[in-house]
Structures are given as structure tokens and as C-alpha cells.
Design a protein around this ligand. Structure first.
Ligand code: HAM
Length: 449
């Protein structure tokens, strides 16, 4: 094959139909579990004012420092580089909570979102520049039972897509903002006189965001850190109590977890509960999802002090696990009927036949070109159609049609009027792909994006 003129930009990929089957399945599980738990769907813009992320996620986090995709407005409007593509949902959802006065609603407000996020990361396996997250947020009330319920909804989703047993839930409590401030000071103090042993980047981090020194990949830094104070020494009683209660609730709900005192997460807005779902074999690398409590975020973004807790899962990483685990998903793109024809009269009749079949929920395709019947039959085979309806000059004249069962390789001539009733009977009325919009909770599921 010739080299294509254009390819997808680095770190991005097409979601091809075979992956969409997985994506649809995941989205269904998310929608279903969220609806059961009273979450409502929200979509925020794919880009926001940069400040939403800078203030929200933290100016000195990797996500904001290195990974924001800046969007230029038009020069004329003076909007140059004022925007950024969303690297995650939480900050935008909290902006929306404030902007739309959601504090007036009964609390907590439970919201979920599914969509693309963008991070200008160095692309590697499981790490893309455009990827999908599903995101759950509970805003407006603070209680460990909310953290537990959120985690429960997430474990149900992961269970529904059959990957929960490949993952471990890592949980920690990183204390209040004050606890973290005190700890950050202690880390700074600890490194006094040792700065020269640190690489340039860690020295800089020590000034801007001392907690991030803990994530350093540098070996010298890691050796020094072995004797550094640990965060759990700074956690107050209130946080300890909160954490213990959360763990009791998780046990009550039968949720398995691993306590991980080193788990801190890379976004500044967290306090108290933090958690991640790790791949059992690779650990921290390529977590399938993560979340935690962010009681200070809404205030940081200009709202009244309002607690919140949330989670986001990485859809591509989930699909990878599903494939690895051999999870099969229903393929709803099957072709039920292929309509073959020959001659101008037959062609005309086929148009309405195809349209009626589709209307009834039969997946129907017809190559209405000028190819020979033989090559149309070959095409029907390639599309793996279950049945073929064949209409030649002769059949038009006789008012008949040939119905062929492609798998059995058998065919019969039937009256033209019988074509639709016979096909729908063979497929079974419950297998028809009908589309019903309902204005109340009904049986039919409306396929949203
Ligand atoms: P996060 O840990 O930054 O948290 O991202 C959540 C998940 O998104 C990750 O565990 C991973 O599966 C997926 N993900 C992140 N970056 C990439 C990437 N470059 N390529 C592929 N997948 C990726 C958050 O985003 C928080 N907003 C979660 C949250 C919600 N906390 C409270 N509410």
C-alpha cells in the first residue's frame, strides 16, 4: 500500500468501528450505573479559559506545566492563547457548578461526563494526546459514605465490563490542605543543606511544589527521600477518622482495597481521600482510573466553599484490558439482509424494499450498482449478510423475489409481498433494531453518543 499523504497527529488515533463496539459497551455501563445512582449527564466545552485549569489543577503540576494544549483565539479578539483544551473534566465541571448556580439544587449534585480529553504528554503505550475519560463527580456534601458510594459505582462499572479482577483499588488519605502545607514545609526543611545533591528539576520543584519531589524519578533524590518525613505523620485526627470510616464502608460494601500510604496523585486539588485502580501486573504505571476528594476546589475557582469527590476512568486503557482479558462485546453492526438486483425496474423496486426493511429495524444494505448478480452475491458473502433478497428481471415480471439463506446456502422463490414478513419472521421480531423515542422510562434504550 502506498504511504498515505496524511496520518493522525502523534499521540492521537482513529476510533475505528471495531473499537467503537467496546466504547459503546463501556458508555452503556457508565450510563446505566450512573442513572441507577442518580447521576445526571453533563457536557462541558472541550476548551476553557486556561485559568480554569491553572487555578483548578494547579499551576505547578505536570498537567498544567507541560501538558496543556493551548488554543489560540483569533488575534482580532485579543484571545491569543487564552484557552486550553480540557486535560480532564473536574475543573470544568466545578466551573459549571458555580456558573450555573447549582448550589441552589438539592445537594449533593451528582454529575457524570464522557468524552475526549487532551494532554500534550510524550506518547507511549496507554498514554495518548487525545483520549477518552468517563468522569463522575459528587459535589456539595462531605461524608465518607459519599466517597464509598462513588467507589462502589465505579467498581460496578469495572465489573460490568469484566476487568475489575485485573485491577487493585489503591486507597490513601492525604489529609487536609493545612496538613499538606505543613508537610510541604517539612519536606522543604528536610532538604535544607542537601539541595546541591538534587538535580536541577527537583531543586525547582522544591520551591514551586515540594510534594512533587516525592514523585521524582531521579535515583539520588529517591535515596535521600528514604529518610525524609512521610505524609502520614502530618495527617490530623479528623482525616484519620474520615479515612477509617471510609474503609469500614468499603468493607461493608464488599469492596477489596489496598492501603497505599505513598499514593498522592498528580493534581493539586485533592485533599483527604485519594484512590486509583492499578493494573495488577504493572502497578502504578497506566492506572485505569483515579480520583479523590477536592473540598477546596470550588472556592479556588471563585465559588463558596463546597466539598466534592470524584473519579475519572481512562476508556482506552479499559478497552486494552477488555481485549487482554478476552472480553467479547456484542457486535450490533451485523448485516441482516443484502438486497441484490438486476435491471432498472428491479432497482427501483429495491429502493423501497430496502427502505421498508430498515424502517422495521432490519439492518439492510444493497449495492445498487450495475454489477452482475454473481458479483453482488459475492459481496453479500463478504458483508456476512444472513439473508439475501434477489430481484432480477424475471422476478419483477412474475412479482416474486428470491430469498437466500447465506449460511445454509439454500434459496427459495417467494411472492414479493412475502419478502418482508418472511425476513422479519426469520430474524425474530425481538431481534429487530427498532428506534423508539420515549418520553417516559420505558423498555427501549435510546442510544446516545
Ligand atoms: P487522572 O488520574 O489524571 O485523574 O486521569 C484519570 C484517568 O485518565 C487515568 O487513570 C488514565 O486511565 C486516563 N488518562 C490520563 N491521562 C491519559 C493519557 N494521556 N492517555 C490515556 N489515558 C489517560 C483525573 O483526570 C481527575 N480529573 C479524576 C477526578 C475526577 N478526580 C476527581 N474527580
Amino acid at each position: 500500500m502506498a504511504e498515505p499523504m496524511f496520518r493522525t497527529p502523534k499521540g492521537t488515533h482513529d476510533v475505528l468501528p471495531e473499537d467503537h463496539m467496546y466504547m459503546t459497551y463501556i458508555k452503556k455501563a457508565v450510563r446505566h450505573r450512573c442513572r441507577q445512582a442518580g447521576y445526571k449527564r453533563i457536557d462541558t466545552p472541550m476548551f476553557e479559559y486556561r485559568g480554569v485549569f491553572e487555578r483548578g489543577i494547579g499551576e505547578h503540576t505536570d498537567i498544567v506545566e507541560k501538558e496543556l494544549f493551548t488554543v489560540r483565539g483569533s488575534k482580532k479578539e485579543g484571545e491569543e492563547a487564552e484557552f486550553a483544551l480540557r486535560p480532564e473534566f473536574t475543573a470544568g465541571i466545578c466551573r459549571s457548578y458555580i456558573e450555573n448556580g447549582m448550589q441552589q439544587l438539592p445537594q449533593p449534585v451528582e454529575l457524570y461526563a464522557i468524552g475526549q480529553c487532551f494532554r500534550h504528554d510524550r506518547p507511549q503505550k496507554g498514554r495518548y494526546r487525545q483520549f477518552h475519560q468517563f468522569d463522575l463527580e459528587i459535589i456539595g456534601l462531605k461524608d465518607p459514605s459519599l466517597d464509598a458510594q462513588l467507589i462502589h459505582v465505579v467498581t460496578n462499572i469495572l465489573q460490568d465490563v469484566k476487568i475489575l479482577d485485573r485491577l487493585t483499588l489503591q486507597v490513601n488519605n492525604i489529609g487536609t490542605a493545612d496538613n499538606r502545607k505543613a508537610y510541604a514545609e517539612a519536606v522543604k526543611d528536610f532538604f535544607i543543606g542537601k539541595e546541591h545533591q538534587l538535580p536541577e528539576e527537583d531543586r525547582r520543584r522544591l520551591q514551586t511544589n515540594p510534594m512533587r519531589v516525592l514523585d521524582s524519578k531521579n535515583e539520588d533524590t529517591q535515596i535521600l527521600l528514604k529518610t525524609a518525613p512521610t505524609l502520614d505523620q502530618f495527617i490530623g485526627d479528623e482525616s484519620r477518622q474520615f479515612h477509617e470510616t471510609l474503609l469500614e464502608y468499603l468493607e461493608e460494601l464488599g469492596i477489596k482495597y489496598v492501603l497505599n500510604p505513598r499514593l498522592v496523585r498528580g493534581l493539586d486539588y485533592y485533599c483527604q481521600t485519594v484512590f486509583e485502580f492499578w493494573d495488577q501486573s504493572t502497578g502504578a504505571q497506566n492506572a485505569v482510573g483515579g480520583g479523590g476528594r477536592y473540598d477546596g476546589l470550588i472556592e479556588l475557582l471563585g465559588g463558596k466553599p463546597t466539598p466534592g469527590v470524584g473519579f475519572a476512568g481512562g476508556v482506552e486503557r479499559m478497552i486494552w484490558h477488555m481485549k487482554e482479558a478476552g472480553v467479547t462485546v456484542p457486535n450490533k453492526d451485523q448485516v441482516d439482509v443484502f438486497v441484490a438486483q438486476l435491471g432498472p425496474e428491479a432497482k427501483k423496486k429495491c429502493l423501497s424494499l430496502i427502505s421498508e426493511l430498515r424502517q422495521l429495524g432490519v439492518h439492510t444494505i444493497g449495492a445498487l450498482g450495475e454489477a452482475s448478480l454473481k458479483s453482488q452475491m459475492r459481496l453479500a458473502d463478504k458483508f456476512e449478510a444472513r439473508y439475501t433478497l434477489l430481484l432480477g428481471k424475471m422476478e419483477v415480471k412474475e412479482g416474486t423475489v428470491i430469498l437466500r439463506d447465506m449460511k445454509a446456502g439454500k434459496q427459495k422463490q417467494i411472492k414479493y409481498e412475502q419478502a418482508i414478513p418472511q425476513v422479519t419472521k426469520l430474524l425474530g421480531t425481538k431481534n429487530l433494531d427498532t428506534y423508539v423515542l420515549q418520553d417516559h422510562m420505558g423498555e427501549a434504550e435510546v442510544d446516545e453518543d
